[in-house]
Write a protein that binds this ligand. Structure first.
Ligand code: CTP
Length: 479
């Protein structure tokens, strides 16, 4: 049975199926329309999730032909330089070459020495329609094209798979082989599809490199959660699906569907607030700002003009947003009001509910013989509530609910009490490590009910939320 028929007849939505097979809704949407072909692993997960009703062969029947010319052409005339580094996921890069060409892109490939251990120059060359470039010191290749021309004559560089090693080299500006020399010399947009063992991905060194690379302007797609090539290993580290990488490439090149929210304005709050007690002490909370910042970044990628109002955080401002840095809830409110009117408001900040009634001008000293101390607190303004009841209310107001018990019930009540359209509810109980961590499992509460999303990376939550926003605002499924 075709996937489209199954979705129509089974009562399982594309979104639900996407979470069951651990891919994005955009990918399911492409597969459903016959605009993409799944990897064998994804096809098998779909077969499993549909109880065998949709088999891998069903996709083969409907697979679009790899024709290059006369394609759907969403990357028409784009010059993509694909760097294949050495990871087991390199085999998927062969399919990636086909899919990029199918959309009309011209693909040049740089294959690292380690990459060539996984895929052969011959198969890469056959699919790309030209031999891959492999060696910085190959005289023929240097005279023929040369690493500087490779770096310059492209509209987009995609590194897939991006191993921990190549990311480390890039983050430090090393250039000791053709791939890293090209990556250092290029000023084209850069898309990385990391693929590595989950422990390597989670390591402090890799995470530092990711922060460096993203603040240098690189975009990341994936890695996804799932089983690894090593038996028994699972976690975040699997390379994004080919269709997701192609989508991300398209978005970076501003292709159709790439910027579904162009022309819209959004205000996003993020991070904690600090409420002064005296000149050296303040009331704060554990929010890192990762989720709010990721949402601001995802909105900006979707073409939105974003003002991010951030409390004190240790992470960099995302690319492409206007960031306003504040300390206290009252400053945050003032900055949000200045950023209005907006079409979309996302209130992800963990605003302190209380502040000191009278912050001391001087450091408060201990008094001999007095071993208790009382602090008078007053309530802070509720930014979400004031904005959603105010006369400059954005068309779509999204609040967050950080709960430690009865998560969904409390979120439903909070949605009504605060006048928000949607509430993104998450369990921030200590054991779950959401506050400050990299993953989040959320429930999206709206007037239509509750959607439970599987545990995902905060960036994935952000992308998915922005897709939901795009669907809601434009009435179209964004791919
Ligand atoms: N919020 C806000 N201004 C405040 C308090 C909260 O804008 N002064 C917003 C948050 O950004 C979030 C939502 O309100 O979007 C919910 O915040 P949360 O702390 O979970 O709820 P509270 O309103 O503080 O309720 P409670 O402490 O009773 O759980």
């Amino acid at each position: 049975m075709k996937l489209a028929e199954w979705i129509n007849s089974s009562g399982v939505s594309a979104r639900e199926l996407a979470s069951r097979v651990e891919t994005t809704e955009a990918t399911i949407s492409r597969l459903r329309n016959g605009r993409a072909q799944p990897s064998m692993e994804l096809a098998q997960r779909i077969a499993h999730a549909t109880g065998g009703a949709v088999t891998p062969n069903d996709f083969l029947d409907s697979a679009p032909e790899s024709t290059g010319a006369g394609s759907s052409g969403t990357l028409e005339a784009a010059r993509v330089l694909l760097v294949i580094s050495g990871g087991i996921a390199a085999y998927k890069s062969l399919d990636l070459i086909r899919r990029l060409r199918e959309r009309g892109a011209a693909v040049r490939v740089v294959l690292t020495r380690a990459g060539a251990q996984f895929v052969t120059p011959l198969s890469v060359g056959a699919l790309a329609g030209q031999a891959p470039h492999t060696d910085l010191f190959d005289a023929k290749s240097e005279f023929d094209v040369g690493h500087i021309r490779l770096a310059r004559e492209c509209d987009l560089v995609v590194v897939a798979p991006a191993t921990a090693d190549i990311m480390a080299k890039m983050a430090h500006g090393q250039a000791d082989d053709l791939a890293t020399a090209v990556l250092l010399a290029t000023d084209a947009p850069l898309l990385l599809a990391p693929a590595m063992n989950p422990h390597m991905w989670a390591s402090k060194a890799t995470q530092r490199n990711v922060v460096q690379l993203t603040s240098d302007g690189a975009a990341l797609v994936g890695p996804n959660r799932g089983e690894m090539a090593e038996s028994g290993e699972a976690g975040i580290g699997r390379m994004a699906e080919v269709a997701e990488i192609v989508d991300a490439a398209e978005r970076l090149l501003g292709g159709p569907g790439g910027k579904p929210l162009s022309g819209m304005r959004a205000v996003v709050t993020s991070g904690p607030t600090h409420e002064p007690i005296d000149p050296v002490r303040y009331i704060a909370n554990r929010s890192s700002g990762k989720q709010g910042h990721a949402i601001a970044a995802a909105l900006a990628k979707a073409g939105v003009d974003v003002t991010l109002v951030s409390g004190p955080v240790r992470i960099p401002d995302p690319q492409g947003v206007t960031a306003v840095h504040v300390e206290s809830a009252r400053e945050m409110l003032e900055a949000v009001e200045k950023a209005l009117p907006a079409d979309i408001g996302v209130f992800a900040a963990a605003v302190a509910d209380w502040r000191s009634a009278a912050p001391a001008d001087q450091k408060m000293k201990k008094e001999t013989g007095v071993d208790t101390m009382a602090l008078d607190l007053v309530q802070n303004p509720d930014i979400l509530k004031l904005v959603s009841r105010g006369h400059k209310r954005p068309k779509l107001v999204i609040g967050f609910a950080a709960e430690t018990q009865n998560v969904v019930e409390n979120a439903m009540a909070k949605r009504k009490a605060k006048g928000a359209d949607w509430i993104v509810a998450n369990d921030v109980g200590h054991a779950r490590g959401v506050m400050g961590g990299d993953v989040n499992a959320i429930h999206l509460v709206s007037q239509n009910g509750v959607e439970d999303w599987p545990e995902m990376d905060k960036d994935e939550v952000a992308d998915r939320l922005v897709r939901a926003i795009a669907e809601h605002v434009t009435g179209k499924v964004s791919v």
